[in-house]
Design a binder for this molecule. Sequence first.
Ligand SMILES: [Zn+2]
Length: 97
Amino acid sequence: MGKKRPQASSKRRKDFGPPKKKGPCPICNTGIDYKDTATVRKYVSDRGKIRSRRVSGLCGACQREVARAVKNARELALIPYIAPGGKPTGRGGGRNR
Ligand SMILES: [Zn+2]
């Protein structure tokens, strides 16, 4: 309990966590195509969710492109909306009434 916690005064403090951003993300070089499911899937989690930028390591612009590509691919049934052969866990969709 001796630790002092800095209050959230400023929105983003760069006190710790050295900026390790070096070079562009992989998509910057190659770009992403929603038809390229192999690539698109890489940025989708097991549950069919789009990986966050922190996980995927993409830059902002590419993250958007990827998200778009994923949604596009989903719409065309190139990739599943949810995990294949898996039940969505913890998702109480049914209305208990
Ligand atoms: Zn990028």
